[in-house]
Design a protein around this ligand. Structure first.
Ligand SMILES: [Fe+2]
Ligand SMILES: [Fe+2]
Length: 213
């Protein structure tokens, strides 16, 4: 549950942050602004429904900035750390208190399964879950394919099939409830794609015309 309502100055700051993030994410393929707003919305929903006490300001800021390190493609699995550094600079510039800056940058650094440290606080776990939930279902699969290179088989096994693990990594019952339908869609899609790929491989192996007399 959220422990309090947002203060007026916090709401103003959040609006400002959204404007900044919207510009920065405008051209970021799979991590466009729609991903950021989806993660923020779902993070708020989880925060309201978990029994733990959640600070609304830091969880919202963490969600808004969670993929800011994605703006440079090169950072890849380290985008949480890079994002934390970018956000730290921004939050300091807008005059946020040190304690809040640290809480928010830790949310950003620990939001992904590839982060060096796992999420610990309830706010860190919430943003992690909200992000994972946007990788499920049809949109999640499509997002995961954007910008990827390689054969169908490589992409299927290294990107799509791995999405199955996201549901098991969720921290809260509420998150599992929110993602249930998308997870089921994903499992179905993976099964069907896997069968189709196996058929394809069998067919390729069956090509016999070169051996004919
Ligand atoms: Fe991310
Ligand atoms: Fe994300």
């Amino acid at each position: 549950m959220m422990v309090r309502k947002l203060r007026k100055e916090e709401k103003e700051l959040i609006k400002k942050m959204l404007g900044f993030v919207k510009k920065v994410h405008a051209h970021s393929e799979g991590h466009s602004y729609s991903h950021v707003s989806q993660v923020t919305e779902v993070a708020i929903e989880i925060a309201k429904r978990v029994p733990e006490e959640v600070d609304p300001f830091t969880v919202i800021c963490g969600a808004i900035f969670h993929d800011i390190g994605r703006v440079n493609r090169e950072f890849g699995t380290l985008h949480g750390l890079e994002g934390a550094a970018i956000a730290e600079e921004y939050l300091e510039a807008v005059g946020l208190e040190r304690e809040d800056i640290e809480k928010i940058t830790r949310i950003i650094a620990r939001h992904t399964p590839t982060s060096m440290l796992k999420p610990r606080t309830v706010e860190e776990k919430i943003v992690f879950d909200a992000d994972a939930l946007d990788r499920l279902g049809w949109i999640g699969v499509l997002r995961g394919l954007l910008g990827k290179r390689g054969s169908i088989e490589e992409i299927f096994y290294s990107v799509i099939k791995k999405r199955r693990e996201d549901y098991d990594r969720l921290h809260f019952d509420v998150s599992r409830e929110i993602g249930k339908k998308d997870h089921e869609d994903l499992v179905y899609l993976i099964q069907e794609l896997e069968k189709a790929l196996e058929r394809r491989i069998e067919e390729v192996e069956k090509i016999e015309f070169l051996d004919e007399e």
